[in-house]
Design a protein around this ligand. Structure first.
Ligand code: SIN
Ligand code: MN
Length: 240
């Protein structure tokens, strides 16, 4: 149980978690959340179904759909070579626009934060006009799913990762670039929250330690799936 009257239950404003890492609670309104949940219902129908990627011989507890590229540890392919060999759908233009809007809001949050010098957002590479992610990994978590601490390091381009959460709230652990252990911070990513990690935080370890069942707002409840959480991460592979 989260502590009653804990600060994070009230303070849902943008927050710089670490240099290069920005949390934007409630970035997407109810209508936007509902619309993306409907897109997920489409993506689920194929051409490549949600699948559990195998890491070092073990299937992940989340299922993944790729847009733009198909991900496997250390690899990006245009076809889902280890699932059904189908070509993945293209990365949608609306998602590029959404990613740029999130990056813009993240840069504004950094500029407004007195703890960070003027120009910090630029120094961290928060450059919305030139942000062109080419892959989205869409992960579905049922109430038992988790994601261990890891770095996103299969991309050859250091552009920021932009993340968007829908459905049930999770506990998201955001750590440091050196080890998967402390120091880290646990935050509760709720439906509609965006999170950006770039610049000095681009290769920080991060993971999901818990899904909080039945916490989704009505607009983004994943009823067809019996609840759970969707996370979208946009990345720039630097591949062609
Ligand atoms: C990821 O690390 O790829 C997903 C993180 C999340 O589910 O918030
Ligand atoms: Mn990741």
């Amino acid at each position: 149980m989260p502590a009653l009257f804990a600060d994070d239950a009230f303070d849902r404003g943008p927050r710089v978690i670490a240099p290069g890492a920005v949390w934007l609670p409630g970035f997407l309104d109810d209508a936007g959340q509902a619309w993306i949940v409907r897109q997920y219902a489409q993506w689920r129908t194929g051409p490549v179904p949600p699948h559990s990627t195998t890491i070092m011989g073990h299937p992940m507890s989340v299922t993944t759909i790729g847009l733009g590229w198909h991900w496997r540890p250390g690899r990006y392919d245009r076809e889902a070579v280890d699932v059904n060999r189908e070509r993945v759908p293209p990365f949608p233009d609306w998602m590029t626009r959404l990613g740029r809007q999130i990056l813009t809001a993240a840069a504004e949050a950094v500029d407004a934060d007195p703890d960070h010098p003027t120009g910090a957002a630029d120094a961290w590479g928060f450059d919305p006009a030139h942000y062109s992610p080419d892959v989205a990994l869409i992960n579905y978590y049922d109430e038992a799913a988790k994601m261990g601490m890891h770095q996103d390091k299969d991309e050859h381009d250091p552009a920021s990762v932009v993340s968007l959460s829908l459905g049930d709230t999770c506990t998201f652990r955001f750590g440091n670039t050196e080890t998967r252990n402390r120091p880290y911070e646990d935050i509760r990513l709720a439906s509609g929250d965006a999170f950006v990690f770039g610049g000095p935080a681009r290769f920080a370890y991060h993971g999901v330690t818990k899904i909080h069942p039945d916490t989704a707002p009505d607009s983004a409840r994943l009823s067809d799936l019996g609840g759970g959480r969707i996370n979208i991460t946009m990345r720039t592979t630097g591949r062609d």
